[in-house]
Design a protein around this ligand. Structure first.
Ligand SMILES: N[C@@H](CCC(=O)N[C@@H](CS)C(=O)NCC(=O)O)C(=O)O
Length: 303
């Protein structure tokens, strides 16, 4: 069952209907906005993330209010946001005054809230594969972080000393995200190339396993012939690494065809691509220039 959290934030009990606290360029947030779109919810409007005025607190039925938390402005590294999400990451979903954190728990919550289209396959083996791929995808999310910071964000991914000090103050030692440990090394260029390459290889292994399954039986989606929660997680992951310039079409053609198929869905267009056009173009432009110069992620892709 999804985890219903009880955050300290005074904003949560005021919110009626569905409110998504997220960042449109972040894969974890895209998992949720994709799910919301697949379930037929429209983004009613966006308000300042911490807006508690009466007009901003009620999302009409069939819609959700988007509350953008800028990872660029580091709004997630503030005491006010930490009172909502103690691990200081996006997304958070609040529904009628109850908060759910952890993106895949939110997907689970939404899938139970609106049961059609179902995002768990009816076949037991396919469902078991879906849960396996979700666990693998969560594990690989760490690798997505390393690869997209190194080959996508570069120096822009660094945070200032004050932000680092704030995380040190706010993050609990047992946070699953371990932001401080990552940023301390990332900010000081203390992560070696082999570590980054190791994360890229882990991702390639994961994609390779999916490629083999597509080749073996021509399935339409990762777990069979209908879209499942695993496709939602993996499509957001592939989008991010595609944006960073990974040559999926050449290395994993069947996985790439699946990605094109998912990408063409109205839910992916409305929930993921439409709200994120600018960042998408900037990433793709940077990757194209790097490829022209013979560098970037395309140069280190091995398969
Ligand atoms: N386990 C969390 C992970 C969330 C996560 O990693 N969010 C990223 C964006 S995809 C984030 O907020 N990162 C903030 C940062 O890197 O400073 C979930 O699935 O919700």
């Amino acid at each position: 069952m999804p985890l219903i959290d009880t955050p300290k934030s005074p904003l949560v009990p005021k919110l009626k209907g569905l409110h998504l606290f997220g960042f449109d360029g972040a894969p974890c947030s895209q998992r949720v906005s994709f799910t919301l779109a697949e379930k037929g919810f429209k983004r009613a409007r966006s308000v300042r993330w911490n807006d508690d005025s009466a007009g901003a607190c009620v999302a009409p039925p069939g819609t959700y209010i988007f509350r953008p938390v800028s990872l660029i402005k580091k709004e997630h590294l503030t005491p006010e946001y930490a009172a909502l999400q103690p691990n200081m990451v996006v997304p958070v979903l609040v529904h009628d005054g109850q908060a759910v954190i952890e993106s895949m728990d939110i997907v689970d919550y939404l899938d139970r809230l609106v049961t059609t289209p179902a995002l768990v396959p009816s076949d037991a083996d396919a469902a078991a594969l879906m849960y396996e791929l979700i666990e693998l995808g969560k594990k690989l999310h760490v690798s997505v972080r390393y690869v997209s910071f190194h080959w996508g964000l570069g120096r822009l991914g660094r945070i200032g000393r004050e932000d680092e000090a704030r995380i040190a103050q706010l993050e609990s030692a047992d946070s699953p995200e371990q932001l401080l440990a990552f940023y301390k090394r990332y900010n000081r260029d203390a992560i070696d190339e082999d570590t980054y390459l190791g994360h890229l290889r882990a991702l390639e292994d994961g994609w390779g396993a999916q490629e083999a399954r597509f080749v073996a039986d021509g399935r339409e989606f990762l777990t069979g012939n209908s879209l499942s929660r695993a496709d939602i997680l993996w499509a957001a992951m592939v989008l991010r690494i595609f944006e960073c310039g990974y040559p999926f079409a050449a290395r994993f053609p069947r996985l790439n065809a699946w990605f094109d198929h998912v990408r063409a869905r109205p839910g992916f267009q409305a929930g993921v691509l439409a709200p994120n056009q600018t960042m998408h173009r900037v990433f793709r432009f940077k990757a194209a220039v790097e490829r022209l110069l013979g560098g970037g992620l395309a140069r280190v892709a091995t398969r």
